[in-house]
Design a protein around this ligand. Sequence first.
Ligand code: HEM
Length: 470
Amino acid sequence: MPTQMNSEATLPPGPKGHFVVGSLPMLADNVLATLENWAREYGDIFFYRAAGLRVCYPTHPDYIEDILVTRNHNFVKGMGARVNPRFFGQGLLTSEGELWRRQRRLMQPAFHRRQIGRYAKVMVECTQKMLSRWRAGEVRDLYSEMGHVTLQITARVLFNLDFTDHVERIEATARAFHARTARGPALVCAMRYLPTPTNLRYLWTIGRLEKVVYRIIRDRQVSGRAGDDLLSMLLQARDEHGQAMSDRQVRDELMTLIGAGIDTTTLALSYVWYALARHPAVEARLMTEIDSVLGDRPPELEDLPRLIYAEKVIKEAMRLYPPVWAFVREAIEALGIGGYRLPARTNFVLCPWIVHRDPRFYEQPHEFRPERWTEEFERQLPRFAYFPFGGGQRTCIGASFAKMQTSLMLATMAQRFRFSLKPGFKLKLLPTITLQPKHGISVVVQDRLPKDRGNFPLNCSAFEPLCWTR
Ligand code: HEM
């Protein structure tokens, strides 16, 4: 671990001791492994320069807590908010200061545990509808399938709408979005005004999606129909001067929820199933729990506290494959951290991917072991050794929603089917703004006949090597 103090004006040398393009991890052949190796080699804090920006990775949980909680007033989203302004606008994810505070206050009640509990039924029904179309023996891309259902659920519960007609637009936007962010935030920021094909496609797909969102807003305004969904809350909200939110602000919040909520939850569930397909003993234990708690009836909200092992499985999958693998803060003023003095405008990348795999906190960190999540283990784990939903005042507003949906969908699916990886399938991870499975997650659907329950054959794909690529 570096120990020297450095002057405010200079940065200590980063990996390989230079700040040229060669030290940009997002250009490495294997971004995730490169970052993890740097953390193990250079200690709790390391640095590099990227496209003229100073980038610092604090990888100790205490430093992360310092940035997100203790000294959060000294940080803004900075580069993180400038990567996709055309998509998110001034929505909750990217806004700052008074605007953020007002919008968070306004939207928080819609995500309250009691409020979202009402949506459990919709989540289960949408999942069952998907399953009713599946047949044993089919090959399916779980990432894409989970994406469709999550989109339907989000649209139904937040906007009381059926999004079936808009799936294509949303998927096209997501593809363009990830293609653009695959080179990392520093390069995206540097190149954001250039008319590259990637940028043009990104702008075009956003324009198409935005049209749909504005139409939804207009239809609701014209109909005057007031529901108790989030869209109605946004339209009815008034500030202290009696002013309603502008259409533009409502658009930004809707686009933010679509952008921040759907892909992340889709990824969480996809990686749960990927991990289960590779670990038949864990899968068998999970199925046993689900069978004994639910029998053949569909899961309900009240069942979740009893699905204890399922919760551990989800936690462990989100440790190994955090959907938001990294996010950024920019320092407003110079600060000291980890024995270094860093100037204002330094970008801090907070990286669950690295911290969640730190052997100081997780024994055999690369292994999928849901059993590790005992009460005792959680008690001694530093607070920010596990932070898939971020932390502090900007913690994910949709965390309870996502956890409930993931648990209910997992239980509903596990009652009906199990999945083995398609022969020859290897996971390739693509770290864009989220942790994408580059080629989806290809599985073979297998019936869970009653006679099979609790008696699963050994799955050879459990021993396939994992292949990390950019
Ligand atoms: C497994 C699923 C999810 C994961 C892993 C996840 C992860 C995160 C993380 C790490 C942050 C913090 C980003 C930062 O501090 O810069 C965040 C913020 C946020 N998330 Fe999530 N999220 C998930 C689901 C959702 C859902 C379902 C919604 C809404 C429908 C949502 C909406 C948001 C919003 C609006 C913010 C910004 C909050 C603020 O700054 O006040 N997320 N999420």
